[in-house]
Design a protein. Structure first.
Length: 553
């Protein structure tokens, strides 16, 4: 029997759409945070993200992961990672879209960080792995700003919208990328457990002031083919932050031995390398002994991008699930009209909109210089939002049925990818502990966070009650921390989860349509929902309104 290509009830590919304009919550956030001047570029990126070509690039980089090449044919070390051509096309598109460091420029347009965040949410829907190189290039700037001379040298390179692959003298390239090499195998997130040593060595062949030579190993190096890296090492004065170039000013290669690439569960398009440093030239960032403080802004920026990436993944899942339900019939009618399916889709859409709204508020806080809010709210969001991406992806796969579990339909890749947003730069426990640290050492940041949440006071009594309960818990925890710190630590996850939910609820009550906001409060704050998606205790009219908002026609 001949194959049939004209079978009925087949869902058309979800392509040739503007992924930005299809996303009302994201468009609303861009306008709300004063980034209207960026709408043209965001629509342009949305169209690129929604075409078949971009989807093919994403498939290719997952199917053909990077390969390590340690030596050339003559046995000389080269320490390079080879990527599929589609990787470079994705990265070039992200650089052109301004996802590296242009937002940090003094002449950047208003709301530049909010606009970049919106672009990141859009572009992460295509393929998340390659965005690590964009993130580390963006996040390097806070560390660079501890040295004015180095900032003036490197910001223009990292803020360039030109992408140039390969290793050359940085000053001769049209644009550069930055990577990160902090984690060591014996310490993980415990940065002070680092054993890499930095020895002062004046007048080294690197740009900048105080030069050193580093010796040690790094267990996870993100974006190993970058032009420069932010690295921590122990100098005579203590743990210190350094900038390490791959190519020296004389054109020679710095010692940067790539030992292995990680074989990861997901995030397979992005190379994560083990690196050996052996007399590697570096220039100091900040003062000796202040490495953790110097790199704190970089870590915070990466965490915010992890939240944005998780929001992008969830948005992609909602888009795919709603698209499928609109074009698929079962048991005599469209899936989108089935009450149970509509409940599931509405629940997923709630999670996605809450994630996007929170992520965009934090990006706007960067524009506004709200450092205290950023200090407390970023680890709260990193803890919660990134953990929601995996269950959202799993449920979206079910919405597509068996096809959702098949690699070529794309959601399986998203499912494998989703945990990395929670793992990178601090797992859940690390971020929960960081919130406790903020509560103890920077109590004003928690006051600012509660003040932000309380801006919705009076909008819904259920939220008011929940906020009061969280505030009471925080006060008790602050008192108890001195007497029984172990008990406070044991309750940290509950506290941070509640903070995240009441913060999301506050933002939605202020900015989202009533069906979205009140249903979120009922199910996430007041406990009216179930443990699984699709258990919203609301009627068809409400779920229909939520789903209709999720994907604009």
């Amino acid at each position: 029997m001949a194959e049939r290509d004209d079978a009925p009830n087949l869902v058309p590919p979800p392509v040739d759409h503007d992924l930005f304009s299809l996303d009302p919550p994201l468009v609303d956030a861009v306008r709300r945070h004063g980034a209207e001047a960026h709408l043209g570029r965001l629509r342009e990126l949305g169209r690129l993200a929604g075409i078949q070509r971009s989807a093919k690039w994403a498939e290719a980089v997952d199917r053909y992961p990077p390969k390590l090449r340690t030596h050339d044919p003559f046995g000389r070390r080269v320490d390079e990672v080879e990527y599929h051509p589609s990787w470079h096309r994705l990265l070039q598109s992200g650089v052109r879209a301004g996802l590296t460091a242009p937002a940090w420029r003094s002449d950047a347009m208003a709301a530049a960080h909010a606009a970049r965040a919106a672009a990141f949410v859009v572009w992460a829907q295509v393929e998340l792995g390659h965005t690590a190189a964009l993130t580390t290039s963006y996040a390097a700037i806070p560390a660079l700003r501890t040295d004015e001379a180095l900032d003036q040298v490197w910001l223009p390179r990292l803020a360039s919208r030109a992408y140039e692959s390969g290793l050359r003298i940085p000053s001769e390239k049209l644009g550069c990328l930055a990577g990160l090499a902090i984690t060591e195998r014996q310490g993980g997130s415990d940065l002070r457990a680092s054993t890499t040593v930095a020895r002062p060595s004046p007048d080294g062949p690197v740009e900048g002031g105080h030069t050193y030579r580093l010796t040690g190993q790094k267990w996870f190096c993100t974006s190993p083919m970058s032009d420069v890296f932010v690295v921590l090492a122990h100098a005579p004065g203590g743990l210190t932050c350094f900038l390490v170039p791959r190519v020296l000013v004389d054109g020679g290669r710095n010692t940067w031995r790539l030992l292995r690439l990680k074989d990861k569960a997901g995030n397979r398009s992005s190379a994560s390398a083990e690196v050996e440093l052996d007399g590697t030239w570096a220039v100091r960032l900040g003062e000796e002994g202040r490495g953790p403080r110097t790199v704190a802004g970089t870590i915070s920026a990466i965490r915010l991008d992890a939240v944005l990436g998780a929001a992008g993944l969830m948005r992609h899942c909602v888009t795919r699930a709603v698209h499928h339900a609109r074009h698929r019939e079962a048991f005599g009618s469209s899936l989108i009209d089935k009450p149970l399916m509509q409940n599931v889709l509405a629940d997923l859409a709630l999670e996605s909109e809450a994630a996007t709204t929170l992520a965009m508020r934090l990006a706007a806080a960067v524009d506004a210089g709200e450092t205290e809010l950023i200090r407390a709210a970023v680890p709260v969001a990193k803890f919660w939002v990134t953990k929601r991406a995996t269950p959202v992806a799993a449920e979206a796969m079910e919405c597509l049925g068996g096809n959702g579990y098949v690699e070529e339909h794309g959601l399986a890749r998203v499912f494998r990818e989703s945990p990395v947003t929670s793992m990178w730069e601090g797992t859940g426990n690390i971020n929960a502990l960081d919130v406790l640290r903020a509560m103890s050492l920077q109590p004003r940041s928690m006051e600012v966070l509660l003040g932000e949440i309380d801006r919705a006071r009076g909008a819904d009594p259920r939220l008011d009650k929940a906020v009061d309960e969280v505030a009471t818990f925080l006060q008790a925890a602050s008192r108890e921390a001195r007497r029984d710190p172990a008990a406070v630590e044991a309750g940290a996850r509950w506290m941070v989860e509640r903070l995240a939910l009441v913060l999301q609820a506050s933002l939605l009550l202020r900015h989202a349509p009533s069906p979205v906001a009140t249903t979120f409060v009922a199910t996430r704050v007041a406990g009216g929902g179930g443990a699984l998606f699709g258990t919203l205790p609301v009627g068809r009219k409400t779920t229909q309104a939520i789903v209709d908002r999720a994907l604009a026609d």
